[in-house]
Ligand binder design. Structure first.
Ligand code: F6R
Length: 578
């Protein structure tokens, strides 16, 4: 969370930093700031989005910038980055410094005056202190000293107004360098500079990088120089544009016939048959994992433990020698998922990542990776990454079960589901004033209920709860009233009759039903208030169609309520703090 970018080169830094900020803004958008230098520091920082800086300018061929997702300290101008000290040093930070209170007290005792409530400002004053007391006024040496005092997670960048360099350091948050012609960038994500260079150096944990317009040097915390390895990243700028759609989320929903078809082509690596699988993930990826558990147990006949990564990392999980730990993650940067993988590796477990972003931190740490081919996902609410994760899990379950997942006609089926958009919008219109929704499903459709409810919550701010339908009578049925409609995921399936009974129980209590059902299901039409008929498909493929229909429902409800769909309040795309 929080996006950082820096530039040092021959061109005006401001426009480059501004475009870079727009690209990393998905990482947080509480406040925004840019600092450039031409021998004097120039600073702009405000609460709100980067677009407010579009018609402004700052001089200088070097600078750093930041878009914030607030952790320590409220959303305010004083807590916006960059932070400045002595009109000479500027710093931007992504992460959390856990021992900042202790460090802050020590600094205050030494006479340092703080201008913000953030943990980040502590780093700046530590660096400046070491710089001023160091023998040779050396920014790199000062950063090397400062990082030894930090506990927590960080990627930060610092500059001095008089030196043509940026020094940046990483532990636990993404940081990379883009190498251009007589210019260099640092950023949280390569999309920040992808149109200027595709040559990238990934900075690893416990590394410090010094970047000038002509050079890049990498060091460890003790000052020893490290080898630099340059990789070419793929990517183009079109994918980072909406291409006529009002929101990235809608564009990404509509891309699913292609992203699913592409992911179907993925060749899985050879994976030995484990005795047990542990799946760790967060949010939407975790719901993909839950469906994965059902599918893996059904087709591969391997027991699966499904864990939320943020819980798993603080439990004392039991590992057995032939376990395989699978991390599912779009970004490959989620702090809790990364910590869960590190814990598994510490216990000597074999790890596999199902990941969308190439060369991301988790991709580089797991033993084996399967990349989903969803392409860059920019909308904060995950859509095409989810369906791509499901495809990989299906393929994996079949491979481990000694079979091949055919997924026949899946791309066409998704296209047909997308054609339901008008019908879904019509239903969304009818329920636009409802503030509570219940989502229910059984078996393969229960994880879809969870995912559907999450989509609705995060982009429309409507309260939604998901339950396995059989659980209703154990409490949640008390919520049922005319004002709390239920989305019932009830295509024909082994548990269809049970779902039918649960729906009747809701109707008997004046609850409204929006049913997602198999085409032609008259019985379901009669009992429900509104029905979305899903295209006729193989039972195993139906969850993918349900996913798409529920994405469209959440999208249109949020759009009708005028919500900021691509940047919902309080959220960020890449969750690199715990
Ligand atoms: C919801 C959403 C989040 C992410 C979660 C994990 O739409 O996007 O719940 O799924 O933060 O992110 P990744 O997959 O990047 O690990």
């Amino acid at each position: 969370m929080c996006g950082i970018i820096g530039y040092v080169g021959q061109r005006d830094a401001y426009p480059l930093l501004l475009t870079g900020l727009e690209r990393v803004e998905y990482r947080g958008y509480d406040s925004v700031g840019i600092c450039t230098t031409d021998g004097t520091l120039h600073l702009l920082k405000e609460v709100g989005r980067v677009e407010q800086f579009k018609n402004k300018r700052l001089p200088g061929k070097q600078g750093i910038a930041h878009s914030r997702w607030a952790t320590h300290g409220g959303v305010s101008q004083k807590n916006a980055h960059p932070f400045i000290a002595h009109d000479a040093f500027a710093l931007v930070h992504n992460g959390i410094i856990e021992n900042y209170l202790e460090l802050k007290e020590e600094l205050i005792e030494k006479g340092v005056v703080f201008s913000s409530d953030t943990d980040s400002e502590v780093i700046l004053h530590l660096v400046v202190g070491h710089y001023q007391h160091g023998p040779d006024k050396n920014l790199l040496a000062a950063v090397q000293q400062a990082v030894k005092q930090l506990q927590g997670a960080y990627a930060f960048a610092v500059l001095n107004k008089d030196a043509e360099e940026i020094v940046a350091a990483r532990d636990g948050c993404p940081l990379l360098v883009g190498i251009g012609e007589r210019e260099n960038f640092i950023a949280s994500d390569a999309t920040a500079f992808i149109e200027h260079t595709q040559k990238v150096v990934y900075v690893d944990d416990f590394e410090i990088v010094r970047v000038t317009k002509d050079a890049l040097e990498l060091f460890d915390h003790d000052g020893a120089k490290k080898n630099v390895s340059i990789v070419e990243v793929r990517g183009n700028i079109e994918v980072a544009q909406k291409q006529g759609h009002p929101h990235f989320m809608l564009k990404e929903i509509m891309e699913q016939p292609q992203t699913i078809a592409e992911t179907m082509k993925v060749e899985l690596p050879r994976i030995g048959r484990p005795k047990r699988i542990l799946i760790v993930a967060c949010g939407t990826a975790s719901y993909a994992g839950l469906l994965g558990k059902y599918i893996l147990e059904k087709f591969a006949k391997i027991p699966v433990v499904h864990e939320t990564a943020s819980e798993f990392r603080y439990q004392e999980p039991l590992f057995y020698p032939d376990d395989l730990v699978i991390a599912i993650t779009q970004s490959g940067e989620t702090a809790d998922t990364l910590a869960a993988i590190r814990l598994a590796k510490k216990h000597g477990m074999k790890t596999l990542g199902i990941i969308n972003v190439r060369e991301s931190t988790i991709a580089r740490e797991v033993d084996q990776v399967i990349y989903t081919r969803a392409g860059p996902e920019i909308g904060v609410a995950s859509t095409k990454a989810f369906t791509a994760q499901l495809i990989v899990l299906y393929k994996l379950a079949f491979q481990l079960g000694g079979k091949k997942f055919e997924g026949k006609g899946i791309a066409t089926l998704i296209e047909e589901t997308l054609k339901l958009e008008d019908r879904i919008k019509e239903i969304a219109q009818k329920y636009v004033h409802n503030n509570h929704f219940l989502y229910i499903g059984r078996n393969l459709f229960y994880p879809l209920a969870l995912e559907g409810a999450l989509k609705l919550k995060e982009i429309s701010y409507i309260h939604a709860e998901a339950y396995p339908a059989g659980e209703l009578k154990h409490g949640p049925i008390a919520l049922i009233s005319e004002d709390m409609p239920t989305i019932a995921i009830c295509p024909r399936h082994e548990t269809y009759e049970k779902m039918f009974s649960n729906i009747q129980e809701i109707k008997a209590r004046q609850g409204k039903i929006i049913a997602l059902a198999s085409t032609g299901d008259e019985r379901m039409r009669e009992i429900s208030d509104d029905i979305i008929y899903l295209p006729k498909a193989d039972g195993l493929l139906t969850p993918l169609l349900v996913a798409v229909a529920l994405q469209l429902f959440a999208y249109h409800l949020a759009a009708l309520r005028g919500c900021d769909i691509d940047k919902p309040r309080n959220l960020a795309k890449s969750v690199t703090v715990e």
